[in-house]
Design a protein around this ligand. Structure first.
Ligand code: GLU
Length: 309
């Protein structure tokens, strides 16, 4: 595959590639560059632990029963999505809004933060991991949709995202999905984002990888012209590399995020729906948003209503 070059490389070739992305995305703690998170304000590490429900018993839920016997809740997440689900390679610690939602859910199910095992699972492997019991829950920018509902269950939604586009800062021609004709657009395999491009913008040239961070690497090295996925994810990459990347256009889909669970475990779904409502009401949701996703520049929206159908 020969990359199409549309302009001079903005950075020395030696720095490009995964090393560059790792440098760009290294947690900065607010370094004062334009577009970078404010130096003051809450950080995920400052968040208080969520109140762990004492004496939870959910015998009607096979997943809860299995996790209770094991003494740990296994949660599938993303590990390379800034402000949403990120793993610090130095410490192995996970942080981000999805991670906080997972911690809230776990606390309501009787599991303190120390009894959660996070497992990074790519978009394409979510349904299989839930159906074969490799994970108990999935919390990672997981859009609730009819196709997926055939294979897994969902609690929530707990957040509403929309599909967007990320391009290099010097890009002049891409303002929205209609400008993707003949251009290489990268997204994760198995995502609703790539499915929408293939269905609605057939003249675009889709390129897929397991993760969005690989797509961003490819964007920085001129292998692709744009990255497409949820605005929440793209804003995180843009905020960490404001000199190199920008988001363009308006959201062109609705992506309600749910907590994925095993299909048919309605006792667990009910418990998680109740948990989300309780954490939204008591302020945990807003505090978690402000300390994580809010750092990419968008003030906390009202959470979408939980869908109990
Ligand atoms: N929310 C979209 C999805 O579930 C895109 C983000 C992702 O791949 O996690 O497919």
């Amino acid at each position: 595959m020969t990359p199409t070059r549309r302009g001079p490389r903005p950075l020395p070739a030696l720095l490009l590639g995964p090393v560059l992305l790792a440098l760009l995305l290294a947690p900065t703690g607010g370094c004062g560059r334009p577009g970078s998170p404010p130096a003051k304000g809450p950080r995920a590490g400052d968040l208080a632990a969520y109140r762990v429900e004492p004496a939870v018993s959910l015998p009607a839920s096979p997943t809860w029963t299995r996790a209770h016997r094991r003494g740990r809740l296994v949660v599938g997440v993303k590990d390379d999505q800034p402000y949403l689900g990120e793993r610090d390679p130095a410490t192995g610690a996970y942080s981000g809004f999805d991670i906080e939602i997972a911690r809230m859910a776990a606390a309501s199910l009787g599991f303190p933060a120390g009894r959660i095992t996070f497992k990074a699972i790519a978009s394409a492997n979510r349904e299989t991991s839930l159906s074969n019991g490799q994970i108990d829950l999935y919390v990672g920018t997981y859009t609730i949709n009819a196709l997926r509902r055939r294979q897994v269950g969902f609690a929530g939604p707990y957040y509403l995202a929309g599909q967007g586009l990320l391009v290099r800062r010097g890009e002049r021609d891409i303002h929205g999905p209609r400008d993707l004709s003949g251009r290489k657009v990268c997204s994760a395999a198995g995502s609703s984002s790539i499915q929408r491009i293939e269905a609605d913008y057939p003249d675009a040239k889709p390129v897929t990888y397991d993760t969005y961070s690989v797509c961003v690497d490819n964007l920085l090295t001129y292998q692709v012209d744009a990255v497409t996925t949820d605005d929440s994810i793209l804003l995180g990459y843009a905020a960490k590399a404001p000199g190199e990347l920008k988001t363009v256009g308006r959201p062109f889909s609705r992506e309600p995020y749910g907590i994925g669970l095993s299909k048919g475990d309605s006792a667990l779904r009910l418990a998680l729906d109740d948990a989300l409502v309780a954490h939204e009401r008591n302020g945990d949701w807003k505090r978690a948003y402000d300390a994580t996703l809010g750092l990419s520049g968008v003030p906390a929206p009202a959470p979408p209503p939980v869908d109990r159908d």
